[in-house]
Design a protein around this ligand. Structure first.
Ligand SMILES: NC(=O)c1ccc[n+]([C@@H]2O[C@H](COP(=O)([O-])OP(=O)(O)OC[C@H]3O[C@@H](n4cnc5c(N)ncnc54)[C@H](OP(=O)(O)O)[C@@H]3O)[C@@H](O)[C@H]2O)c1
Length: 260
């Protein structure tokens, strides 16, 4: 007599990204680095893109490999359209696929609009926004073929609320949010999701340039009265990638309540 199965055995997916290939742009430091670590811990092979910080990138790759993960470096300035496309195409040539794209690389060149030069404007728009188009448009043919893709774009609360001295940066981040909605609409039929994470002030080198007294003033504006840790942003990226199969075109705000 067959025994009735009362409980299905619980399957735990400790490495849900096993066999998945991920590209994280700007992964040598800060938020990108934390995302690379999170994805590697979940089993993904993580390709670390960076521009200048070779030593940081190498150290991260070695840490991932020493923890039993898979990781490779792909240096390239993704604000340059040819470089950005080369990075993505090299990765696809190497692995034959690309499952996860985290468009994270970003810079600030803060100044009031009255003082902002064309160079300040263009450098930020090219690095933060145009790179996203270059990398994403190069990545999606492979994702469409696979009928699978997870794209996470890192914006900022600044692109939602505005922030004094960040016209270039806020415009780039607002553009990322709008771009992601269109991406989500156009790619949903291929099982490709695209979402935004909008961090508030996060403890990385990007904040290191801000004077201490200004940092204290900023902190006083944050309802949770502290800055985010990069790992807190990375957890949300991993959630969208591992568990967000029915989430697309959305924004997750991780800002301590700074913008609601
Ligand atoms: N920190 C914050 O408070 C905060 C808040 C909201 C949003 N964000 C966003 O989060 C993302 C990561 O910021 P973060 O704070 O982690 O910055 P970060 O610590 O300054 O690190 C920036 C990363 O981007 C890379 N990068 C910059 N320009 C690049 C280029 N042209 N090509 C390739 N890589 C490039 C850097 O590579 P190299 O090391 O080689 O230069 C580095 O790995 C950015 O999009 C930023 O706008 C940050």
């Amino acid at each position: 007599m067959a025994t009735a199965v009362l409980f299905e055995p619980e399957i735990t997916y400790s490495r849900p990204l096993e066999a998945k290939i991920a590209l994280v742009t700007g992964a040598s430091r800060g938020i990108g680095r934390a995302i690379a670590v999170e994805l590697a811990e979940r089993g993904a092979t993580v390709v670390i893109n960076f521009r200048n910080s070779f030593a940081h990138a190498e150290e991260l790759r070695d840490n991932i490999q020493n923890s039993g993960g898979e990781s490779h470096l792909l240096q390239g300035d993704i604000s340059d359209r040819q470089e950005a496309r080369r990075v993505v195409h090299e990765l696809i040539d190497m692995y034959g696929r690309l499952d996860i794209l985290v468009n994270n690389a970003g810079i600030t060149r803060d100044k009031s609009i009255r003082k902002m030069t064309d160079e300040d404007w263009l450098e930020v728009i090219e690095t933060n926004l145009n790179s996203m188009f270059y990398c994403t448009s190069a990545a999606i043919p492979a994702m469409i073929e696979q009928k699978y893709g997870r794209i996470v774009n890192i914006a900022s609360f600044s692109g939602q609320a505005g922030n004094f001295g960040q016209a270039n940066y806020a415009a780039s981040k607002g553009g990322i949010i709008a771009f992601t909605k269109v991406l989500a609409l156009e790619l949903a039929k291929y099982n490709i999701t695209a979402n935004v994470i909008a961090p508030g002030f996060t403890l990385t080198d990007m904040l290191a340039t801000v004077p201490e007294d200004i940092l204290e003033q900023i902190k006083a504006r944050v309802p949770l009265r502290r800055f985010a840790k990069p790992e807190e942003i990375a957890k949300a990226a991993a959630f969208l990638i591992c568990d967000g199969d029915y989430i697309t075109g959305q924004q997750i705000n991780i800002n301590g309540g700074l913008y609601m």
